[in-house]
Ligand binder design. Sequence first.
Ligand code: KG4
Ligand code: ZN
Length: 348
Amino acid sequence: MYLLALETSCDETAVALYGNDGLKGHLVHSQVAVHARYGGVIPELASRNHGRYLLPLVESLLGQTGLSTDDLSALAVTQGPGLPGALHVGQAFGRGLAFALGIPLIGIHHLEAHLFSAGLGSDPPEPPFVALLVSGGHTELVQVDGLGCYALLGATRDDAAGEAFDKVAQLLGLPYPGGPALARLAETGCPTRFRLPRPMLSQPGCEMSFSGLKTAVLYALRQVEDPTSQDRADLAAAFETAITEVLVEKSWRALEKTGASKLVVAGGVSANQRLRRSLVQRSQGTGVRVYFPPLEFCTDNAAMVAHVAWFRWLAGEQTPTEEHVRTRWPLESVRPPSCSPQVRQAHA
Ligand code: KG4
Ligand code: ZN
């Protein structure tokens, strides 16, 4: 029994195969080179490239794993949230293939997939836990009591953490995608030379805001005449330190509020080494354990989609064919695996 998963919510075209023994293989085709010259993702180009690369990726993954479409028992796609056109390409491809093979299609919430991506590592965290979801489009603290049992504890009111990394990187003249480039530059910078604000840290609760931080970087940069590469590195380090401090503190408030003893970090920014170090340092002596996804599963991939789809599929879930993509889809509205009587019978 194998499940094929497709991820096309933004600018990575990704496919994965999952079976009884876990992840069998996965491939990601990054569109970075296509979008880099525009300094950000161009939705129409993302859709076209998903259409171009999905089939060759599926064929090469099947070839690499020695499987054929006859070995597939289920198909999963990212149903939302994401770019409408990009999601449509994945869903149309998945629905067509599922129909041709006579197998069910399961639509997965992209952030739910990120939430459980640490489960692809060697030491999967079991719920309940608090999740710090930090991606390019979302920044949320979520109480996770099981698959499909989510309560929002706090979120950003404006820019997502990844978005802030990308915008600050652009201010510093770094190439797209900015997050990893900024993190590399920050390694050579002095984090204390520029004093940047820690937005909303003085306010109670888990709400966050990062757009003011980006503006503070802009003003600090304007104060420097002819910025050198060291000036930029110092600013990068100051920004990374400020955003990390806020994320760490807000995560701890969420842990205290819920009484949870596990913190799971997920989404593209969970690859950030300063954030990882600071969270682990903060946890020392507190009885809290921090979990991260393996680095290859921090940014968008289909392995994380396959992972949650597998458990939903085993529970008998199947997405009705008339359901559309959901470009805006609050994570809290996701439910535990649903199982129609017909599907339950078919599984019996
Ligand atoms: O989860 P993801 O791949 O896509 C979304 O679902 O949004 O996250 C992408 C985001 C981008 O903003 C990227 O700059 C950021 O994650 N990112 C990083 C790092 N690697 C990726 N930000 C900071 N440090 C990194 N090492
Ligand atoms: Zn993502």
